[in-house]
Design a binder for this molecule. Sequence first.
Ligand code: HEC
Length: 127
Amino acid sequence: MNSAPIRTTLLMTSLLLASPMALADARDDAMRHLASKSGCFICHGIELNASGPDGLKPVGPPWKAVAARYKGDKNAVKTLTAAVMGGTSPYSRHWKDESSGVAMPPNGVAIKEDDAKKLVEWILKMK
Ligand code: HEC
């Protein structure tokens, strides 16, 4: 007997019963996975006090710091998605004191713009 329909029904039922909290967790996992497979975590951490290689500051700013800095900035999704896709300039650093990397390279080779936007929206909601 084919158990696939049963499994699907069980899955659907558990999704329907899932609390909004569990759904938020599932979304969180999906976003972490996307960030991980796109290489973001090579340079970025999420938590504020994460340190980088050899106890230096992390290469890129912690994402909770990014969320705090751009809180209330209506253009943040647009400008940050552009920064993720196209990279940042070493001559006008936004995170000079909080990170040890000189600039963010363009990530367009590793991630599609739609996905970069989803990550930025997720980052900006971090508390
Ligand atoms: C090779 C290292 C590296 C990788 C990989 C990387 N970043 Fe960055 N990122 C940086 C650095 C360094 C900065 C700080 C640039 C500055 O000081 O202006 C930064 C800054 C940022 C900022 C803030 C930009 C600003 O203008 O304030 C966001 C948002 C961000 N990164 C998201 C991402 C996402 C999403 C990914 C994965 C798709 C990613 N980064 C991959 C190094 C990296």
